[in-house]
Design a binder for this molecule. Structure first.
Ligand SMILES: O=C(O)CCC(=O)C(=O)O
Ligand SMILES: [Fe+2]
Length: 263
């Protein structure tokens, strides 16, 4: 997966330009930074963003250069989805819910992928690959460059720790929707990617996302008995639009969805 991703970013600019777009709603696009339409300070990142489910719907539009791209990346996407759904089952159980609770609550989940490419940066102290953010979706499965560190997570709200790559391991991030569904029991982690002067870096993030019409609210089994719902109900469509209308490093987007009683 990493190798074919890197081959893609090594293509000549004229070839890559055909896929360039800064329109967040586009389902297949090559872009840069995070949201160049909104932000005033750009980040040191290029990324290829693909919608991946249902595969048959999107595959025809995926890059056909490098030649092996579609085959390798589609197999990767299928496997990652299987893993993600298994994890959601385990997370449901860990909350004392039915194993299929979260999967049902999220509806037929979309799956998006960001193939991130962070070039060597001559002045890494002046920028980020990705600034501090939480992922807006439900669950993120991140494959890191095995040889170059860069991911950091915020611990106890006040210091950053490096999550260095481990051979053959994924990093799993819980996103905003699992924080909401679990009524805050699971936290959507603040994380960022730093860049360095010596080496380029890659990461591949696979995002499982609720279907747009899914109504997200704290699981009924987790509220009551003195535990008020921390978040109000909303559709994922509403959440996702709000997320992309903002800058990445503002306050937690979920803060805007707190229930009225608790504000
Ligand atoms: O490059 C990384 O390690 C982090 C990527 C990430 O957080 C994202 O794509 O949302
Ligand atoms: Fe992220």
């Amino acid at each position: 997966m990493m190798a074919v991703g890197l081959q893609f970013f090594r293509l000549p600019p004229e070839e890559k330009e055909k896929l360039y777009s800064d329109e967040p709603a586009k389902k297949i696009r090559l872009s840069t930074s995070f949201n160049v339409r909104k932000e005033t300070v750009h980040n040191w990142r290029d990324y290829l963003r693909l919608h991946c489910h249902p595969l048959e719907e999107f595959l025809p539009e995926w890059p056909s250069n490098p030649e092996s791209f579609k085959e390798i990346v589609s197999e990767y996407c299928r496997e990652v989805r299987r893993l993600g759904l298994q994890l959601l089952g385990m997370i449901s159980l860990s909350l004392g819910l039915e194993e299929d609770y979260i999967e049902k609550a999220l509806g037929e989940q979309e799956q998006h992928m960001a193939v991130n490419y962070y070039p060597q940066c001559p002045e890494p102290d002046l920028t980020y690959g990705l600034p501090k953010h939480t992922d807006p979706n439900a669950l993120t499965i991140l494959l890191q460059d095995p040889n170059v560190a860069g991911l950091q997570v915020l611990k106890d709200g006040d210091h950053w720790i490096a999550v260095n790559p481990r051979p053959n391991a994924f990093v799993v991030n819980l996103g905003d929707q699992l924080q909401a569904l679990s009524n805050g029991a699971y936290k959507s982690v603040w994380h960022r990617a730093v860049v360095n002067a010596a080496q380029e870096r890659m990461s591949v993030a696979s995002f499982l996302c609720p279907c747009n019409s899914a109504v997200i609210s704290p699981a009924a089994g987790l509220v009551g008995d003195g535990d008020a719902p921390v978040y109000r109900s909303y559709t994922y469509d509403e959440y996702y639009k709000k997320f992309w209308s903002r800058n990445l490093d503002q306050e937690h987007c979920l803060e805007l969805f707190r229930s009225a009683q608790l504000q």
